[in-house]
Design a binder for this molecule. Structure first.
Ligand SMILES: c1cc(-c2cnc[nH]2)ccn1
Length: 243
């Protein structure tokens, strides 16, 4: 899986790529991220990337030329790619969309704006606009990293042998169950006995029930298309809660 990021802050992206799952995936060669500094695609000696808005108003707008020059340079290899603009106006990103991007197997070219945004004419060169949530960030870089991280985790081998993307809670459509590790007791709070029992079947059932409990509490909208087994557990849970 290949990613390309267009940004005026390449260090923000490069720093994240040195660590963790994404860092290891890049070192293994199962993913590749190329970061382009938009200022390298300017033509003036001040390497200017923004200008005052037509129509007046506060703030600055990013100029179209550096993006256009960068995209023209990148696209000259003729490889199929999906050009994504990160913005609050975009389609809301989710695990489902991460899987969609992964399965398409196209290079993802991620355009990161700053300031008040990018000249609207950028839309002529964009395939899709994606938002990671209903809030305004200082730029698209964090959103680009969210997409890179969530898609890289889906690549076989990215998570190492002991883990798999299938185990990730959102892959199963629920929130996660609680996790514990040593010590067994901390500040009077004990690890649930079931997790010390060694009974893997009961532990799996407990984890499913706690995942459903968390989902019922914080994201009831995810409780749809449940299997008969999950529905049975949920009913038990509801009767416990309503006692
Ligand atoms: C994606 C991008 C953004 C954003 C880009 N520039 C300012 N905010 C916000 C949410 N999701």
């Amino acid at each position: 899986m290949k990613f390309e990021v267009l940004t005026i802050f390449p260090e923000v992206i490069e720093c994240y790529l040195k660590h963790g799952v994404v860092g290891r995936a890049l070192n293994k060669g199962i993913a590749e991220v190329k970061v382009y500094n938009l200022r390298d695609f300017t033509t003036d000696r001040h390497r200017k990337v923004d200008d005052y808005p037509y129509g007046g108003g506060a703030g600055m707008v990013m100029q179209i030329e550096p993006f256009y020059n960068a995209l023209r340079h990148i696209k000259s290899d003729g490889i199929p790619r999906k050009v994504i603009l990160l913005s609050p106006q975009g389609r809301r990103f989710s695990q489902r969309i991460a899987k969609e991007f992964y399965k398409e197997e196209k290079t993802l070219t991620l355009i990161c704006g700053r300031y008040e945004g990018i000249d609207e004419r950028i839309k002529a060169f964009v395939d899709e606009e994606i938002s990671i949530g209903d809030y305004v960030l200082s730029g698209g870089e964090l959103a680009a990293l969210v997409i890179i991280d969530s898609v890289v985790r889906l690549i076989p081998g990215a998570l190492g042998d002991e883990l798999s993307a299938e185990e990730d809670s959102f892959m199963k459509g629920f929130l996660d169950y609680p996790h514990y590790t040593r010590p067994e007791e901390f500040e009077g709070m004990r690890v649930p006995d079931i997790l010390l029992s060694g009974d893997h079947k009961k532990i799996a059932l407990w984890r499913k029930k706690e995942a459903l409990r968390n989902t019922l509490k914080n994201r009831p909208d995810l409780l749809k298309n449940l299997s008969a087994e999950d529905m049975k557990i949920l009913k038990e849970l509801c009767s416990e809660i309503n006692k």
